[in-house]
Design a protein around this ligand. Structure first.
Ligand code: MLT
Length: 266
């Protein structure tokens, strides 16, 4: 299992397999890089798959401060260390927030973007209230309580009805996240800026993917990003929820593979 010490002493867990066009997979909240296992396993023959654990999750160090810009800068340092000047960045939900921060701060390093089950907006007042409650929950009762609260929104209704084993895997991922990393990510998401204006600045190829049963970042959010990003593609995965890549990997990998085939690699 590779791990790397970055310049600021942060240990980062990551997978780096395959060769050719580098594609970075950024997990959501409160996941770890294992959420991308169905993509890394399937796409490794065609592209270089680089899946890091964000600071505070998986095998990476639980080291404050936590912010979207900080996660983005961690990725830039990891790419430096792995000698990856430029990559396609695929961000799932919170990973999408990081991808947009990475675009703002390191855009020359972005070959193309994939925005998966995510949104551009900042938290609404109701959203912020929900975050405060979740922060109190994780501090008081730990990650298992957060997992119990989040699991029904994390996967779609079809997955809940037909694939209980997938629900169990995702629940286990959520409940095993380090509580301090979860709390740090909640505060980081609360502080993130609205990225609506950022969308108009994106001039690389963009694929937006969303599960049609996603209740956390619903299809209307994906459509709004699609309208705001000139030339972007939108793909809606049927019978998938918020982790569409994990719930319907064959459908997800198909649309991503088609998109990647259109992205040239110099
Ligand atoms: C995620 O999956 O990363 C979260 O649902 C994002 C969020 O809570 O805004």
């Amino acid at each position: 299992m590779p791990a790397l010490t970055l310049v600021d002493g942060l240990e980062v867990g990551y997978d780096d397999v395959g060769s050719g066009l580098p594609v970075v997979f950024l997990h959501g909240f409160p996941h770890h890089r294992g959420i991308w296992a169905p993509q890394v396993g399937a796409l490794v023959g065609n592209v270089r798959c680089l899946a890091p654990d964000l600071r505070g999750f998986g095998e990476s160090g639980v080291v404050p401060p936590f912010s979207m810009d900080g996660y983005a800068d961690d990725l830039a340092r990891l790419m430096d260390a792995l000698q990856v000047p430029q990559a396609v960045i695929d961000g799932l939900s919170m990973g999408g927030y990081v991808a947009l921060a990475f675009w703002r701060r390191h855009r020359a390093r972005v070959r193309a973007l994939i925005l998966t089950d995510t949104r551009a907006g900042a938290d609404s007042p109701d959203g912020l209230a929900g975050r405060r409650a979740m922060l109190a929950l994780v501090r008081e009762k730990g990650s298992p309580a957060v997992a119990d609260q989040m699991i029904s929104g994390m996967v779609g209704k079809t997955t809940r009805a037909k694939s209980p084993e997938l629900v169990d895997i995702v629940h286990h991922m959520l409940e095993s996240a380090p509580a301090a990393g979860v709390a740090g990510a909640i505060e980081a998401m609360m502080a993130r800026p609205d990225s609506a204006d950022t969308l108009a600045t994106i001039d690389v190829p963009v694929l937006i993917v969303v599960g049609d049963e996603d209740v956390l970042t619903p299809v209307r959010e994906a459509r709004a990003m699609h309208q705001a990003i000139a030339g972007s593609r939108l793909e809606i995965i049927p019978r998938a929820g918020h982790v569409s890549n994990f719930e319907r990997p064959a459908a997800y990998n198909h649309v991503v593979s088609e998109f990647l085939a259109s992205v040239t690699f110099e």
